[in-house]
Design a protein around this ligand. Sequence first.
Ligand code: SAM
Length: 235
Amino acid sequence: MAEPGRVAFCDFGKREEMTPDQIAEVFDKVARVYDETWKARNYRDHVYVAEGVMDYYSGDRESVRVLDVGAGTGMLAEELWKRGFRLMDGLDPSHGMKVEATKKGVYTNYYTEFMDGKRINGLATDAYDCLVVAAAFNTGFIPCAALPEMARLVKPGGLMCFGIPDSRFTEVKDYVNRLAPLMKMMEEGGVWQLLDSKYCHDFYDNANPGNVFRYVVKASSIDAVKYIDRLRPVD
Ligand SMILES: C[S@@+](CC[C@H](N)C(=O)[O-])C[C@H]1O[C@@H](n2cnc3c(N)ncnc32)[C@H](O)[C@@H]1O
């Protein structure tokens, strides 16, 4: 675990100078030990997101189409599976993480793609009822600019639910003075509406507080450029 690339697995700052491909390679290398590492650190983000989704869908969960972005080894999908969700796709650039996720049999499709702000032509507008993210808003992972594309994939009335530790808003360069304003701008622009944000005091390591955000998507046609152009430059 000590070789340079792998250090970036747990030391988030090390990822600042890495390319997206290098970060995906880090996850390729650690995929087999990913679950045991994070279980040992009392990782909880995925459980909190699953609870937020479960509360929104009180009826027939088997027919709810869910996209798990930054799906990794499928820890979040496992939690959703326990709660009755069956139609889940994963999206993540790491082949190694896909291999581990596939063993669990919780995803119908697993797309080895980056969610990076570019349009993913293979995924149709309004394809999903629900989009979830756990632990994939962090240095070098999903950039702010990807939010409009993620919203495009969810049909109006559908849910977007993601956990974000508070420190990400102040420590991840791409998010500082950008992520929170973008979330607000998308609300003002009629893309989505904040249903609620639930404070959780321990996303991992029995610490690292943050919120699980639940947004209801309102729009089908989303002009991503309009929002990305209004983002402040990264400091
Ligand atoms: C810390 S893991 C979280 C995995 C999973 N969601 C969980 O709860 O265990 C972050 C994942 O995000 C993926 N990732 C990194 N950049 C990404 C991007 N631009 N789009 C989608 N996934 C990305 C990584 O490959 C990795 O599997």
